[in-house]
Ligand binder design. Structure first.
Ligand code: ZN
Length: 229
């Protein structure tokens, strides 16, 4: 008799499997959990939508050889405000893709789950998509052990003439050999604050959108250099 397990998780993504099945990738307090949902592509209406990304579900599943088999799922949270807004939905789905890439399964660290849930809840309450994306990206990288050093040059700690050198882990100043994209002191301070402030205080930053867009692009580059995807 296979062992029955229960968990709660955020659906990060799903993909079709065989003719009628679906594989759902969840982020739970115990890390990433991939579940096989037999016949899920035949379901219609709300049952068919259960496994859509962004839903928080309570799941019951069988552990067995190969992928665990989903037996039951029930909605816990659906984030209607995020789903109903194109910009917020796009930002959320982007964050979920990062989570699927960065966080492993079988973890005893519940912080990635809590970070993702709390960030989505802030987005649902009205946090701007740019602030959400920049803050989530920074925090997710840090939890995955790839957080950039943001309080100055990675070699000397200085704060003048900083350039972005992802393969070195953050900023390098010109005297230390920094030759990457130059980063304004204002953007450097903004990134540092985004990594530290409570989510509900981020709007107080009043960071210009152009800074946030540039910051997000720098962090994408950082992930490619540090994580390799
Ligand atoms: Zn330096």
């Amino acid at each position: 008799m296979a062992a029955l397990s229960r968990d709660r998780g955020i659906v990060l993504r799903t993909h079709d499997h065989a003719e009628t099945d679906r594989i759902a990738v969840l982020l739970t307090p115990r890390g990433r959990l991939d579940l096989l949902a037999k016949g899920a592509r035949r379901l219609e209406g709300s049952a068919g939508a259960l496994l859509d990304p962004l839903h928080v579900l309570d799941v019951i599943y069988y552990r067995r050889r190969g992928l665990p088999l989903l037996k039951e799922a029930a909605f816990v949270q659906t984030f209607p405000q995020v789903r109903g807004d194109l910009d917020r939905a796009a930002a959320a789905l982007r964050a979920l893709r990062w989570a699927a890439d960065l966080f492993p399964s079988g973890s005893s660290d519940e912080r990635p789950y809590l970070l993702t849930l709390e960030s989505l809840a802030a987005l649902e309450r009205g946090l701007s998509p740019l602030l959400f994306t920049a803050a989530y990206t920074l925090r997710a990288l840090a939890l995955a052990g790839h957080g950039p050093y943001l309080t100055g040059c990675v070699r000397c700690g200085g704060g003048n003439g900083l350039t972005w050198v992802p393969e070195r882990g953050g900023f390098l100043c010109a005297p230390c050999g920094g030759s990457g994209a130059s980063v304004s002191p204002r953007l450097a301070r903004t990134l540092d604050a985004l990594a530290r402030l409570p989510l509900d205080a981020l709007e107080l930053l009043q960071a210009p959108d152009e800074d946030l867009r540039q910051g997000i692009a720098l962090l994408e580059e950082f992930r490619r250099a540090q994580v390799g995807r």
